[in-house]
Design a protein around this ligand. Structure first.
Ligand SMILES: Nc1nc2c(ncn2[C@@H]2O[C@H](COP(=O)(O)OP(=O)(O)OP(=O)(O)O)[C@@H](O)[C@H]2O)c(=O)[nH]1
Ligand SMILES: [Mg+2]
Length: 261
């Protein structure tokens, strides 16, 4: 029940129960209080599979494309990531690739100001063109990182999924290795639908990293266990609030401690 209500899902829950039973048998456990500890250890082992922090390589500019459904926390995460990268002495440029939502550029500009970072935007621009310009500009200035925001889109909106594959292709025209990271942002409240989001975005873009946001709310975030079991993808960071410092590097052990009290 603990696992299912935390969104771990049937498949990963069944596997964890089986593994727990095996351990109980092998180690001849008779104290019921030990069960939770054993279960937690198996969950940590599972989540370790996706505990892979992001490393920014020397392939300049290191372009990170941020994608996900509407309202997942993409733009906010860009603000938080900028601060983290700057603290690592990286020079960051932000590309306002959400040309769809009216207030998107303004929202990103506020994050740019907070971090004292340049935001490249164009009025009524095509998202591919905006990001292309930003990557070229970063290249000519020899900057370390480009964070490219994109508009929210649903896995069912085929035209918008096609559009984002085009954005990725165009980025590759300015720098053959770019985008070095395609980051999918998932709201922890999404539940099992997160797997579907991951599948569709992965088919279209080859997702290389994940961010799970809004873990400060009621969501327990067990969806990451389902991801680790059925669709293992490196989980880079977790969002724990709306403020600039509310982003943590994913750590399997800490995560499980927060998930199962
Ligand atoms: N509590 C909490 N709120 C968050 C977190 N991350 C983002 N938010 C909030 O979620 C809302 C949506 O965030 P955005 O960053 O605008 O999301 P988005 O994915 O860019 O949205 P679209 O561009 O409209 O698709 C905002 O109110 C954010 O403050 C988080 O980790 N915790
Ligand atoms: Mg946004």
């Amino acid at each position: 029940m603990i696992l299912l209500t935390a969104d771990v899902g049937i498949s990963a829950t069944s596997m964890l129960i089986e593994k727990t039973k095996e351990t109980v048998k092998q180690e001849k456990i008779s104290d019921p209080l030990e069960l939770k500890k054993i279960l937690k250890n198996h969950l940590v082992d599972l989540l370790k599979k996706i505990e892979h922090p992001l490393t920014i390589t020397d392939s300049r500019p290191f372009v990170i494309m941020i994608v996900g459904v509407n309202g997942a926390g993409k733009t906010t995460t860009i603000g938080k990531l900028t601060k983290i990268f700057q603290s690592q002495k990286k020079q960051v440029l932000i590309a306002a690739g959400d040309t769809f939502r009216a207030a998107a550029v303004e929202q990103l500009s506020i994050w740019g100001e907070r971090n004292n970072t340049q935001v490249i935007a164009q009025q009524n621009g095509d998202p591919s063109a905006v990001i292309f310009d930003a990557v070229n500009s970063a290249k000519s200035k020899n900057l370390d990182v480009v964070l490219a925001d994109t508009a929210g889109r649903l896995p069912t909106q085929k035209n918008l999924i096609d559009e984002i594959t085009k954005i990725k292709r165009v980025i590759g025209k300015c720098h053959s290795e770019a985008p070095q990271e395609v980051m999918l942002v998932i709201d922890a409240n999404t539940g099992q639908n997160a797997i579907n989001q991951l599948k569709i975005f992965n088919d279209a873009l080859n997702v290389t990293g994940l961010i799970i946001t809004k873990l400060d709310g009621t969501a327990k975030g067990g969806i990451v266990a389902a991801i680790a079991k059925d669709h293992p993808t490196p989980l880079r960071y977790v969002g724990v609030g709306e403020k600039i410092d509310d982003l943590r590097v994913f750590n399997a052990k800490e995560y499980v401690e927060a998930m199962i009290k």
